[in-house]
Every structure is written in structure tokens, then in C-alpha cells.
Ligand binder design. Structure first.
Ligand SMILES: [Zn+2]
Length: 63
């Protein structure tokens, strides 16, 4: 038990991340998780097809 590497949990996917200089994205496990946490993924990859087809102003009659 001489190993003193600190292990942290990636805030995004909860994966174990070794807290050491090589882990350049710590506390995240990867750049992807870091971007996700920053919210950049929303504009980069979060492309939802027009599934929820309900534009404001064209509401179906509710009665
Ligand atoms: Zn992660």
C-alpha cells in the first residue's frame, strides 16, 4: 500500500480519474467529459431532430 495516487471521480461520468500530471483533463476523465460539464456539448453535438414538433404559437386546441 505504498501507492499514494489520489483517485477522484469524474464529475460527468463518475469514472475514476487518477489525480496526476498525466491526467490533463482532471478532475474529468477525458476532454469529452470536460466539455460536457462546461455545457459546450449542447451546441456542438446536441442535435435533436424535429421530434417535438410544437412551435410556440401553433398550439393544438385544448378543450
Ligand atoms: Zn468522465
Amino acid at each position: 500500500m505504498s501507492e499514494s495516487v489520489r483517485i477522484v471521480a469524474c464529475p460527468t461520468c463518475k469514472a475514476e480519474v487518477r489525480w496526476e500530471p498525466q491526467s490533463r483533463y482532471r478532475p474529468f476523465c477525458s476532454e469529452r467529459c470536460r466539455l460536457i460539464d462546461l455545457g459546450q456539448w449542447a451546441s456542438e453535438t446536441y442535435r435533436v431532430p424535429a421530434e417535438e414538433d410544437s412551435p410556440p404559437g401553433e398550439m393544438p386546441p385544448t378543450h
